[in-house]
Design a protein around this ligand. Structure first.
Ligand SMILES: NC(=O)c1ccc[n+]([C@@H]2O[C@H](COP(=O)([O-])OP(=O)(O)OC[C@H]3O[C@@H](n4cnc5c(N)ncnc54)[C@H](O)[C@@H]3O)[C@@H](O)[C@H]2O)c1
Length: 254
């Protein structure tokens, strides 16, 4: 990695980097010249190239302060003295269960990974983000606004993440921009495997979206990179629907 002072590195921290969308985010940021610090609960995928990879449990960064500090110290050490240009809070878990069955452990894990880890990462890295005039992008979900049965914990966490995005923009003012993306279905390996052998159902899912297909991980990644680049300084506290138009659909029978 170049540390040429004429061309100082621009650092991006991307969580959930080993997942379907996370991998596309890492590739997009690397392609745009960022020194990517990728992090995930899982080990580094063999084919995922990035400047730094930290294997870390985000839920534990919330519940165990000493552990959280040790992870953050590694990030701070890497980005010094350049600061952090982008924090992309992408990691999430989706524990399915209805109002009758969700446990305290389900709620704790969901809120720690999907909501509190993004908050405490942002809080701890504010000095580095400010130093680089960086910005935060939270990967929320269409479930922040529209949901379905058995998504109570996940949908609540994403609604809170979008709300936190707006509130932090107000709270931080001009210091660090904070935005969110609310994607609808995105074609990750996990999503495709859920439809293995169910081609008709998959085609139905595609046709639910006015664009006639579901989204691609690279489309999320391109949206994120546009949000953090210098051309969007007035975009602050926004929660952008990236959903092929599905959130405009009223499904009442004709
Ligand atoms: N795929 C979709 O259709 C879709 C739609 C809307 C929003 N999203 C959002 O996009 C983001 C990425 O989703 P994805 O589809 O790539 O999912 P994914 O499951 O492929 O990736 C999520 C990653 O988060 C990591 N993770 C989970 N718990 C963790 C923990 N405790 N510590 C550290 N890392 C942890 C996982 O290891 C995984 O690599 C999520 O925020 C998700 O809510 C996805």
């Amino acid at each position: 990695m170049s540390t040429n002072t004429n061309n100082p590195p621009r650092y991006a921290l991307i969580t959930g980097a080993a997942g379907g969308i996370g991998r596309a985010l890492v590739q997009e940021f690397v392609a745009n010249g960022y020194a990517v610090i990728a992090t995930d609960l899982s080990p580094q995928p063999a084919d995922l190239a990035c400047a730094h990879y930290l294997q870390a449990d985000l839920a534990r960064t919330v519940s165990d302060e000493a552990y959280g500090q040790s992870i953050l110290a590694q990030v701070k050490n890497i980005v010094a003295p350049h600061g952090l240009h982008a924090l992309v809070n992408n990691a999430a878990i989706q524990i399915l269960g209805g109002a009758d069955s969700l446990t305290r452990a389900d709620w704790q894990q969901t809120l720690h990974v999907n909501l509190l880890a993004p908050f405490f990462l942002a809080q701890a890295l504010l000095p580095e983000l400010e130093a680089a005039q960086g910005s935060i992008v939270n990967i929320s979900s269409i479930h922040a606004r529209l949901t379905k049965k058995n998504f109570v914990a996940y949908a609540t966490s994403k609604a809170a993440l979008s709300g936190m995005t707006r509130a932090m923009a107000v709270d931080l003012g001009p210091r660090v921009r904070v935005n969110a993306i609310e994607p609808a279905a995105i074609e990750t390996e996990m999503l495709k495997s859920g439809f293995d052998g169910k081609d008709a159902l998959y085609a139905q899912l595609e046709q639910c979206h006015p664009v006639g297909r579901i989204g691609l991980p690279v489309e999320v990644a391109k949206c994120v990179i546009n949000l953090v680049q210098d051309g969007m300084p007035f975009l602050h506290g926004a929660c952008l629907a990236l959903d092929g138009g599905i959130s405009g659909c009223l499904l009442d029978p004709d």
